[in-house]
Design a protein around this ligand. Structure first.
Ligand code: FES
Ligand code: FES
Length: 162
């Protein structure tokens, strides 16, 4: 008897069915169905590379069982924008050199989106606290913080889509 169960994850506005055992994490499930933009780092909640939005909240997908978020709106970094219409956070990270090797970037951009949604005019403390679960080995964080501030300013000014 199979221990797998078919569930439907709603990812970036699309229903995506998959067959997973009960212990499959959301990180593993998303990558299994093709969302390789969700990065696998520590798999224990330390690095934030795997962060996605679940009903608007940034969560570590490696600490979330896939079946527990069936029916929730899951957003990966690819759901925020694309090459033809980057989200302001994606744009400012690209323009400002806030991504170097890029491995942490999908998770940091997701965390940044959650920060700006909660704090449209974020203080430095808001940004530091909101990114405290995301590790980056390359940037030294200064350019990351600047990119989040700039994205928030763009969004406040309504210069780009939310
Ligand atoms: S892979 Fe999930 S927090 Fe590191
Ligand atoms: S850009 Fe390399 S780990 Fe963050």
């Amino acid at each position: 008897m199979s221990t797998e169960r078919t569930i439907t994850l709603r990812v970036n506005g699309r229903n995506e069915p998959g067959s997973f055992p009960a212990h499959r994490t959301l990180l593993e499930a998303l990558r299994q169905i093709g969302h390789m933009e969700v990065k696998c780092g520590c798999e224990k909640g330390d690095c934030g590379a795997c962060a996605v939005l679940v009903d608007g909240m940034a969560v570590d997908s490696c600490l979330t069982l896939a079946w527990t978020v069936e029916g929730a709106e899951i957003t990966t970094v690819s759901g925020l924008g694309d090459l033809d219409a980057l989200h302001p956070v994606q744009q400012t990270f690209s323009d400002g050199g806030a991504a170097q090797c890029g491995y942490c970037t999908p998770g940091i951009i997701i965390a940044a989106k959650a920060i700006i949604d909660a704090h449209p005019d974020p203080t430095e403390d808001d940004i530091r606290l909101g990114l405290s679960g995301n590790l980056c080995r390359c940037t030294g964080y200064t350019k990351v913080f600047e990119a989040v501030e700039e994205a928030a300013a763009i969004m406040r000014a309504g210069r780009a889509r939310p």
